[in-house]
Design a protein around this ligand. Structure first.
Ligand code: NAI
Length: 300
């Protein structure tokens, strides 16, 4: 147990309103998780179309829970009543916590933080859902490094309980404690980890994913690799997982890992090739695999 990392014993701040920036795969899932647990939530995206698609995904998730008896139509109504959407970043003003879930590109995130400075109150916590970029690096552009932290959800957000809370060099105890409490309030299981590229989970996951792709490049069948992975207990195999994550996101995240760990991470040109060809995974109907009839509306 890493005493001092998890800010145990520190009283969390009250969170009454949440803002989510980025309404893609993750942002919409995070906004849904907050609204479903009674938190007024504003979801912002640069693209009107992405907001519509994000809202559609949220309704789909709650509707599927209603179908299996795990939610009621009233739950749907109350979650939607707590959710608002906007293309204006200023509309997250008044949130106690703003969770950033825009594309996995450092320059986009940094530029967004700079622009958001004017909209965030002095007491607002800014949390990034980045999968790989070190929090202390992004903190350089954050309005307040003490009130900046990683809050890394997993995909699909409605089914994955884990949330990594990443403490940057300057993140305060109060910020960590508040994000841990927020994660628990929305029924997630937070773990507090130290900062480095890929944090804990993706440092372990990326070598697994890239070795699977190497096996395929060396002649193994994707189906066999995915089937083996599920047979030893993974919820899905590495190729399907790539496609669910999105190959664009996987490509950007791999770039971060390649740069951070050049001695032991693999640069997979096939990812760049698939992205260039527009095969982004489930969201476009094709990635490593084909997803007939499963194509989701692109979020942007
Ligand atoms: P996505 O591509 O589905 O969504 C990104 C959204 O951000 C798009 O709707 C886009 O219009 C919007 N956006 C881009 N620039 C913006 C800006 N300046 N202001 C407002 N909105 C902007 O991507 P996804 O998969 O949701 O990933 C988002 C973040 O979550 C990334 O940092 C990614 O690494 C991380 N993440 C992704 C996971 C996954 O499985 N896809 C899992 C865990 C974390």
């Amino acid at each position: 147990r890493d005493i001092g990392v998890d800010a145990e014993g520190v009283i969390p701040e009250k969170v009454s309103r949440v803002g989510v920036v980025g309404a893609g795969l993750m942002g919409s899932g995070i906004a849904a998780a907050c609204a479903r647990r009674g938190l007024p939530t504003t979801m912002v995206d640069v693209e009107e179309k992405a907001l519509g698609a994000g809202l559609g995904r949220i309704q789909e998730v709650i509707a599927s829970r209603i179908r299996i008896g795990r939610a009621t139509p009233e739950d749907m109504a109350s979650a939607l009543a707590l959710l608002s959407t906007s293309t204006t970043p200023a509309n997250v003003a008044g949130s106690d916590v703003v969770i950033e879930a825009v594309v996995e590109r450092e320059e986009v995130k940094r530029e967004l933080y700079q622009r958001m400075k004017q909209h965030l109150g002095p007491n607002t916590i800014l949390a990034s859902n980045t999968s790989t970029i070190a929090i202390s690096t992004l903190a350089e552009s954050a309005p307040s490094p003490e009130r900046f932290v990683g809050m890394h959800f997993f995909n699909p957000v409605d089914r994955m309980a884990l949330v990594e809370v990443i403490r940057g060099k300057e993140t305060s105890d109060q910020t960590v404690a508040t994000i841990v409490a927020l994660a628990k309030r929305i029924k997630k299981t937070p773990i507090v980890v130290r900062d480095c590229a890929g944090f804990l989970v993706n440092r372990v996951l990326f070598p697994y994913l890239s070795e699977a792709v190497l096996l395929w490049l060396e002649g193994a069948a994707m189906d066999d690799v995915d089937r083996c992975a599920t047979s030893f207990g993974m919820p899905m195999g590495p190729f399907l997982l790539h496609d669910v994550v999105g190959l664009d996101t996987a490509f950007y995240a791999s770039g971060v890992m390649n740069q951070a760990y050049p001695d032991r991470s693999v640069k997979l040109d096939v990812l760049a090739d698939l992205v260039k060809a527009g095969h982004l995974g489930q969201k476009t109907g094709r990635g490593f695999r084909k997803h007939e009839g499963r194509k989701r509306k692109p979020s942007a």
